[in-house]
Design a protein around this ligand. Structure first.
Ligand SMILES: [Zn+2]
Length: 161
């Protein structure tokens, strides 16, 4: 089942801090980092993020900038873990060295692929305010395309609890 019907993603401040420290840990090495958020439905139209995981990943550079690769074995392992916990992948997060946007490489190699999933791109390797998502660029997959969500929509869609 897709996530397009979800009108509210709940995330705790603690999880935002965990994400931020993972991104900064990559940043101080000069590397972008990928973090995956999983969780489950609380009620119709609402999901709760329950786990933040930093997958095994390889940071690399390519002609358009940096990139991150997560291997198929690691993704299969995570899918087993999430399934055992009755969770599903809800959102992916990754950092950029400067300003946040979804590059064509980001879109092509997304890990979150379900309709309605979120992709959150964090600027400055996570050295920014992350008590909410206003510093970040937030995208959602609609009809197979990653669409940027303006801050007003993000405020309505993502609640920090
Ligand atoms: Zn990117």
């Amino acid at each position: 089942m897709g996530l397009l019907d979800v009108e509210r993603f709940l995330i705790s401040r603690g999880h935002l801090r965990d994400i931020q420290s993972a991104l900064q840990d990559g940043g101080v090495r000069g590397e972008e980092r990928f973090v995956l958020l999983s969780g489950s439905r609380r009620r119709a139209g609402e999901v709760l993020i329950k786990s933040v995981v930093v997958p095994d990943q390889t940071a690399g550079t390519h002609e358009r900038g940096m990139s991150i690769t997560v291997g198929g074995d690691e993704l299969a392992r995570l899918n087993r873990v999430w399934s055992e916990r009755h969770e599903q992948l809800l959102a992916q997060v990754h950092s950029h060295p400067t300003f946040p946007f979804h590059s064509s490489v980001d879109s092509r190699y997304s890990i979150a692929t379900l309709e309605g999933s979120l992709s959150i791109v964090v600027p400055n390797f996570g050295f920014c305010d992350m008590t909410n998502l206003r510093s970040c660029a937030v995208y959602r997959i609609v009809d197979g395309q990653w669409c940027w969500l303006p801050p007003r929509l993000v405020d309505a869609l993502v609640a920090v609890i």
